[in-house]
Design a protein around this ligand. Structure first.
Ligand code: C2E
Ligand code: MG
Ligand code: MG
Length: 734
């Protein structure tokens, strides 16, 4: 007789099973016995019974061999009712060994049944093979069988639950490993969605992650990842979901800052910043305890992941976004440029430099300056809807977009009207350099460089103008770059040296002095003329060092000439404007003299007339100081600049050098030479004629009263050995 109470054992208050979703799924029980009757009796005894609310489904095997096949074929076997003696006396025990050891099936419960008590296995075996029960067939009445089976099923269910938890944890761990590879909040959130669905074994459909003002205080909560039927909601603000239930559920979750599972599954990922994320998963089945436990672990471990991704996002933000204007910066523009170049689209890059921005900053304050930049950025982004706007420097914007939009006329139009800053109207003018991208095959950096070249040209032309880059411009700039890097190297590698051009008395040809002239021989043996590399050195800040080198080398050469018996010669040394701006110029001259041990009276510094005209206030005290040392001063290339007479009068110079161009003209027209010579003399200066090439020029200059000459008629610039030879020859001649 069956006790009905027993049949309904604990059906109600049992915790939900791992498969609670399909409550009516049967427990699978394998009956193994070589006796047909036992099968039939078992079937009869168990027919219609429910264990833990679920029916039993029997699988039959009539030998140990058949049983092996059945175990392998049925993965969710809950219990094996096993006869011990079949083909052999221990065929049953062999099967147990096979199930536990070979198949590693730990969850399936085993109840041994035997005809005679003599075949009972050792206690050790029972323990070792995890056998649930051992009964003689006569002991197993219907009720006993049922009780034993119920215990076994419960135990099976528990074992499965443990397995489930372990598998779940493994999945969580794997999920975090997978997810750490994902950068960017959106990608990570998307990953969390799919991992979560895998964990719950549901379709990755219907899941949203909402974010609570993650990047800025006042930012509304927004959907950052969505899957399945929610996919279209990505990026929407939370309050515009048009799904009232989901919307409310997520808002509640964000407000309460914790996960909940009823009536919807809502996960909360809490972050250090005090902000959090909420996920809504559309799980269409009840969640059991294990699900919930796993989800808690999942949330905790993912919260750390979210935190990291947020940090990563911030770093990316800092690397690619201008902090003041919240628009892309240089790095980002370069990436976009590269992408554009790959697309081969008809685009233009424009650099827009706000005119006189630093003056505006200085006079009206930085806050005002920032506001101007903000207003300009706004103007540009509004007026250039199809283009990208970036900030490339304090007052330089970059615009990259279709050529019909990024066009000079349109850009100037955009900035034409004054901007409003704190109720004040401010006119903004900008200078622009543009590069069309069509047919360019180089990288973004090269294009950007060209845009800077064009901008520079525009600035040279006129404030407010715009210049398109041209190939010739690039050639020029590249050539200068090549030369400049060569110049730095040459200076280091001592490829720079001095030659000396004699200056003689026009009257009797006696050597008066020499002028030191700088030379640069490139590694291929070619000489670069000083007219080309000196302006470059001045612009690049190399002239200070180069000038010091010239001063020191020339003084040392003078010392050697003196040692060779040339006691009277004056060493003329050219000085550039950049050298005069060096704070220690006077000291540099002083040291050069002292270190070489030469008298100051034998050194003459040549400054050009244009320098004299430029900056008298700066020049005057410097030259006075040099004069005070005993060094004399000459004005070079006289007649080519625009110095007024008064400037000339105020300069403490002892010599005028008439520019070569006037000497060239002497044969046709000597009026300028005549005027310069008389002017110089009236100011008490001595005169040197530059570039004397012919005897008739010499004679004409002599007649005009010019004392000294320099030029190919007497000697070309010479190196030390040639100079000494030339001097020796001269001494003999005169
Ligand atoms: P400069 O100071 O007026 O030098 C005279 C230039 O005229 C030299 O050119 C010289 O070679 C050239 N010259 C001399 N006699 C004749 C002649 O009869 N016919 C012709 N056609 N040319 C003649 P160089 O050496 O090419 O130097 C050019 C300019 O470069 C110099 O003009 C000077 O302004 C500058 N320079 C040369 N060396 C230095 C230096 O060490 N420092 C600075 N700051 N400038 C230098
Ligand atoms: Mg000179
Ligand atoms: Mg000259």
């Amino acid at each position: 007789m069956v006790d009905d109470d027993l049949i309904l054992i604990d059906e109600d208050d049992a915790p939900a099973s791992p498969d609670a979703g399909d409550a009516m799924q049967a427990w699978r029980v394998l009956v193994v016995d070589d006796d047909q009757d036992v099968h039939r009796a078992t079937e009869l005894a168990l027919r219609g019974l429910l264990v833990e609310g679920r029916p039993l489904s029997l699988v039959h095997a009539y030998s140990a061999a058949e049983a092996r096949a059945a175990v392998e074929a049925v993965p969710d076997l809950a219990v094996i009712l096993l006869d011990v003696v079949m083909e052999t006396e221990d065929a049953g025990l062999q099967l147990v060994r096979h199930v536990r050891q070979d198949l590693q099936r730990e969850a399936v419960r085993i109840i041994l049944r035997t005809g005679q008590p003599g075949y009972a296995p050792e206690l050790d075996t029972i323990r070792h093979y995890d056998i649930n029960d051992y009964k003689t067939k006569s002991e197993l009445t219907r009720v006993r069988l049922f009780t034993s089976l119920t215990t076994a099923v419960r135990s099976y269910r528990q074992m499965r639950a443990h397995e489930e938890i372990r598998r779940g944890f493994e999945m969580v761990i794997q999920a975090s490993t997978e997810l750490t590879k994902m950068h960017g909040m959106q990608m990570f959130a998307q990953g969390v969605v799919s991992q979560l669905c895998a964990l719950l074994n549901v379709e990755p459909a219907g899941l949203i992650c909402a974010q609570d003002g993650l990047h800025a205080e006042d930012e509304p909560a927004r959907v950052i990842a969505a899957a399945g039927r929610f996919s279209h909601l990505i990026h929407r603000p939370l309050d515009e979901l048009e799904l009232p239930t989901v919307q409310e559920a997520l808002a509640n979750c964000l407000a309460q800052r914790r996960s909940s599972f009823e009536p919807h599954m809502l996960l909360y990922f809490s972050m250090e910043s005090g902000r959090g994320l909420a996920a809504y998963v559309d799980v269409r089945r009840a969640l059991n305890d294990i699900d919930r436990q796993l989800l808690q672990v999942f949330c905790a471990s993912m919260a750390v992941g979210f935190e990291n991704v947020l940090l990563y996002d911030r770093l990316v933000d800092q690397a690619y976004v201008d902090p003041l204007l919240r628009i892309p910066n240089l790095n980002r523009l370069l990436e976009m440029l590269d992408a554009r170049l790959m697309e081969r689209a008809d685009s233009t890059l424009a650099l827009i430099d706000i005119d006189d921005f630093s003056a505006l900053n200085d006079t009206l304050g930085h806050e005002f300056g920032d506001a101007v930049l903000q207003a300009v950025a706004h103007r540009l982004s509004q007026g250039l809807p199809r283009s990208h706007l970036a900030r490339l420097g304090p007052d330089i914007f970059g615009v990259l977009g279709p050529s019909d939009e990024v066009a000079v006329g349109h850009l100037q139009q955009l900035l034409h009207d004054a901007v409003q800053i704190h109720g004040q109207r401010v006119r903004v003018s900008a200078t622009m350099g543009l590069v069309p991208l069509s047919e360019r095959i180089d990288a973004g950096v090269a294009v950007l460089k060209d845009a800077h070249v064009a901008l520079k040209q525009a600035k040279l032309r006129q404030r407010g103008s715009a210049v398109y880059f041209s190939a010739a411009m690039g050639q020029d700039a590249r050539e200068r770059m090549r030369l400049l890097s060569g110049l730095r190297h040459a200076f280091d590698a001592q490829h720079m040296f001095l030659v000396y051009q004699p200056k003689v008395s026009l009257h009797d040809g006696r050597p008066q002095g020499v002028e030191a002239l700088l030379r640069w021989r490139m590694s291929d043996g070619q000489l670069v003329p000083p007219d080309r590399f000196i302006p470059l050195a001045e612009q690049s800040g190399l002239m200070g060092a180069l000038g010091t080198f010239v001063l020191r080398s020339a003084c040392q050469q003078l010392a050697r000439l003196r040692a060779a018996g040339e006691h009277e010669l004056v060493m003329a040394i050219n000085v550039s404007q950049a050298q005069l701006r060096e704070p220690d110029f006077v000291a540099t001259v002083q040291h050069a003299l002292v270190d070489a041990g030469v008298p100051a009276a034998q050194v003459e510094l040549e400054i050009t007339e244009s320098m004299a005209a430029d900056d008298l206030a700066v020049l005057r005290p410097l030259l006075d100081a040099v004069r005070a040392m005993g060094v004399s001063v000459a004005i070079d290339d006289f007649g080519t600049g625009f110095s007024s007479l008064s400037v000339l009068r105020h300069l403490p110079a002892q010599r005028l050098k008439i520019d070569r161009s006037f000497i060239n003209e002497l044969d046709h027209d000597d009026s300028i030479a005549r005027m310069v010579i008389s002017l110089g003399h009236s100011l008490g200066m001595r005169i040197t004629a530059e570039g004397v090439e012919t005897e008739s020029q010499r004679q004409a200059l002599c007649e005009l009263g010019c004392e000294e000459g320099q030029g190919w008629l007497f000697a070309r610039p010479l190196d030390e050995a040639a100079l000494l030879a030339w001097l020796a020859e001269r001494r003999q001649a005169v």
